[in-house]
Design a protein around this ligand. Structure first.
Ligand code: ADP
Ligand code: MG
Length: 552
């Protein structure tokens, strides 16, 4: 007989499983969405692999998902005949969590005392396969990688360890069998052995999947031969008329492709006809993912060619500063063999990307105040990277940016609003950068500007230091640091004052010779006796500190 090995889950995985076993997530139905979503991905992967590798010994004649219920054993099985997993893949994909941001997520979760906040965190993280343990006290997975003849059986009760063993004659693909927990009304655990309930969940969450999801049909009469039926309508959402697709369907589709459990903030859909046909369905999420600022962060747009999935994270379709945008582009005239390298060079793809970017920016611009507020809070920092990366769209990016300002401490302002409030004769958009709002508010540089009623942008994000130097202006108005150079408040001091302080200035100039270039009278202060200013082309103190911290 074959050896059974007992292995330990990686510690992050173990912690996550504990959360699932203790079911702190209230919408338990999501487990089925996750399993069906994984099965569908596995079918996508096999189709593509078989197309690319003609030698692959795999059966692709009837790719589908099957859901089987055994009410006596109280089991539910989700089976696919897709790509499957090797033994090593089962250990690394199922036994560990490779997602970046996991440690951060678990730390936040531990800190959050409040149930609603925890729910939201879990939703934002998206638990995937482990969601099974919300409804099952034991999960068995049998899989065989397409093209291989070594099957694997994995089993776990979710508590620390799992077993793994080889199995003979496992069918190609993966079958996940849940040994269901007893029904518990209080815990909102439904009876998932009810075919009607399961069918309803599949319809609700997975209707748009383009692979057939099959279940045994209700017998029409006593003793009739059992038949199977396809539960989903199998139509790609982006290929259906917009008027036929409900909000709920878009939302579920978003969750399938993004692995996010929260609803999207906004949906964007459009298409192009003619020589280069494509359809695009994009989503702006409502929460930033944990790993938005991590180096290996992927981009979120998938590429399809005539309904056939080609790749995830298609970086050729979305610039880095919009990496949080999720969605699908289905292009009609690309080869199924297209590679990432080819895509980067492809002129048509570049045109599509241009249009996607413009649409995303204009969509954000037209969001209502509440949604825009959410957007900016979640993604503003990423968007500002675009000011440095995307010269062509600079003005459009500036239009959707918000900044803190001295006008209203509680509400960031859009630049257009700043410009509207500019005083008669004010030519520049004034800003001051610093480490924090308090530091900026205490800065002597601000005094005269406040005294004279000029509004000043309060820029505290490290990236602000970079773009203010790179971006020439907004609506023809230059950005002007109030900590640099001679600021044009009204510098024509009377000669008498100059003469009166000449001695002091000369003395201070020589006393401070090693530290400053010049000591001069200024009208920029009202209560502080003195302040240090940089030359107009100098680095700001914060930027200097940043460079020093980077060792330059
Ligand atoms: P995600 O789908 O977000 O990657 P999951 O926890 O749902 O996370 O799944 C983890 C990984 O396990 C998947 O990325 C996939 O590689 C693998 N996997 C899960 N289910 C299947 C399946 N039915 N067939 C093949 N691989 C699977
Ligand atoms: Mg998944």
């Amino acid at each position: 007989t074959a050896p059974i090995e007992t292995l330990e889950f990686q510690s992050e995985a173990r912690q996550l499983l504990q959360l699932m076993i203790h079911s702190i997530y209230s919408n338990k139905d999501t487990f089925l969405r996750e399993l069906v979503s994984n099965a569908s991905d596995a079918l996508d992967k096999l189709r593509l692999e078989a197309f690319r590798d003609k030698e692959l010994q795999a059966d692709t004649s009837d790719l589908h998902v099957a859901i089987e219920i055994d009410s006596e054993q109280r089991t539910l099985t989700v089976r696919d005949n897709g790509i499957g997993m090797s033994r090593d893949e089962v250990i690394s994909l199922i036994g560990t969590i490779a997602k970046s941001g996991t440690a951060e997520f678990l730390r936040k979760l531990k800190e959050s005392q409040d149930a609603a906040a925890s729910q939201e965190l879990i939703g934002q993280f998206g638990v995937g396969f482990y969601a099974s343990f919300m409804v099952a006290d034991k999960v068995t997975l049998v899989t065989r990688k397409a093209g291989s003849d070594e099957g694997v059986r994995w089993e776990s009760e979710g508590a620390g360890t799992y077993t793994i063993e080889p199995v003979a004659d496992a069918p190609q693909g993966t079958a996940v069998t849940l040994h269901l927990k007893p029904v518990d009304a209080e815990d909102q655990l439904f009876d998932y052995t009810s075919a009607a309930k399961v069918r309803e969940i599949v319809k609700r969450y997975s209707d748009f999947l383009t692979w057939p999801i099959r279940m045994a049909a209700e017998p029409t009469e006593e003793g009739a031969e059992p038949t199977v039926e396809t539960v989903n309508s199998m139509k790609a959402l982006w290929a259906r008329a917009s008027s036929e697709v409900t909000e709920q369907e878009y939302t579920e589709f978003y969750k399938h492709i993004s692995h996010d459990w929260n609803d999207p903030l906004e949906t964007v859909r459009f298409q192009a006809e003619g020589t280069f046909e494509y359809q695009a369905l994009l989503f702006i999420p409502s929460r930033a993912p944990m790993d938005l600022f991590m180096r290996e962060r992927k981009r979120g747009v998938q590429l399809y060619v005539k309904r056939v999935f080609i790749m995830d994270d298609c970086e050729a379709l979305m610039p880095e500063y919009l990496r949080f945008v999720k969605g699908v582009v289905d292009a009609a005239d690309l080869s199924l063999n297209v590679s990432r390298e080819i895509l980067q060079q492809d002129r048509q793809i570049q045109l599509i990307r241009k249009r996607l970017v413009k649409r995303v920016l204009s969509t954000v611009k037209s969001l209502d105040a509440e949604k825009y507020g959410t957007f900016w809070k979640e993604f503003g920092r990423a968007v500002k990277e675009g000011l440095l990366d995307d010269f062509d769209n600079r003005e459009a990016i500036l239009e959707i940016c918000s900044f803190e300002s001295t006008h209203d401490a509680d509400k960031p302002t859009r630049l257009a609003q700043y410009v509207e409030r500019m005083k008669e004769g004010q030519e520049h958009i004034y800003y001051l950068t610093g480490e924090s709002r308090t530091a900026i508010e205490n800065s002597p540089h601000l005094e005269a500007f406040q005294a004279k009623g000029f509004e000043v942008l309060v820029l505290t994000d490290p990236i602000d230091e970079m773009w203010v130097d790179a971006v020439p202006g907004f609506e023809g108005k230059q950005f002007q640091s109030i900590a640099k150079g001679q600021v044009d408040l009204d510098e024509n001091q009377d000669e008498e004052q100059k003469a009166e302080f000449a001695g002091l200035l000369t003395w201070m100039g020589s006393a401070l010779e090693e530290h400053v270039k010049e000591v001069r009278l200024s009208s920029r202060l009202t209560t502080s006796p003195a302040c240090i200013v940089g030359d107009s082309h100098d680095m700001t103190p914060t930027l200097e500190k940043m460079y020093r911290a980077m060792g330059q």
